[in-house]
Design a protein around this ligand. Structure first.
Ligand SMILES: Cc1cc2nc3c(=O)[nH]c(=O)nc-3n(C[C@H](O)[C@H](O)[C@H](O)COP(=O)(O)O)c2cc1C
Length: 193
């Protein structure tokens, strides 16, 4: 559907906490008449940026677009065209997982193409971050900062996200009534034009 939220699932676990969270978000949205388009970020198919400078010389082009199986361009185009974006990602060493950071770095081609952040009406973006630990005052700080920076450069206005602690094993979200309630309450605030 053209007005669907781009729901980017950035854990390599296909049946982990992030996957269950995405399913719950899609269901909450559907109940309110909104739709989401799930994009699972395939960790093996995002080649990291190598700072070759080619996108600066040829704005909008990346040498890895031609790499067989590479999905970065496709995922970035989906994000660029979406009316709203929601990223669901685990915290890895206090930041985003490497393949999500690789996707973010590959978006440099948009920066070169636009001469800075994407202009136009700012679309809303949200992040749901999960972490195994329960403690750690700054557990989500770096990940949130990096994702918000990415969203701004892609033409989004980052909104208040959700940070869920104590979700380590794949089934932890599905087993936690508290986390499910938190997500449901937070999801009620998701809306876009
Ligand atoms: C490589 C790696 C690094 C991790 N680093 C952290 C960390 O710094 N802090 C933390 O609380 N949990 C950490 N975790 C645990 C994950 O955040 C947790 O398992 C995640 O929320 C699970 O989400 P998923 O099932 O969607 O993958 C790490 C997990 C992995 C695999």
């Amino acid at each position: 559907m053209p007005n669907s939220l781009c729901l980017l699932h950035a854990s390599p676990r296909k049946h982990g906490n992030g996957a269950a969270i995405c399913a719950a978000i899609a269901s909450h949205l559907a109940q309110r008449g909104f739709s989401a388009r799930l994009v699972h970020l395939e960790a093996e198919h995002i080649h990291p940026c190598t700072a070759c400078g080619s996108c600066a010389e040829n704005p909008g082009r990346c040498i890895y677009d031609a790499l067989e199986g590479d999905l970065a361009r496709q995922v970035l185009e989906s994000i660029a065209q979406a009316p709203a974006l929601l990223i669901v990602a685990p915290v890895w060493f206090y930041g985003p997982p490497a393949h999500l950071k690789a996707l973010i770095d590959r978006s440099q081609l948009f920066w070169e193409q636009n001469g800075g952040p994407m202009q136009g009406p700012q679309r809303p973006a949200w992040n749901v971050l999960t972490a195994g630990r329960r403690k750690g005052e700054r557990l989500f700080e770096a990940g949130s900062l990096i994702l918000r920076c990415f969203e701004r450069q892609m033409g989004f206005a980052p909104k208040e996200g959700l940070e869920l602690r104590g979700l380590d094993s794949p089934g932890d979200f599905s087993a936690s009534a508290e986390a499910q309630e938190q997500l449901k309450a937070w999801s009620a605030g998701l809306k876009w034009a």
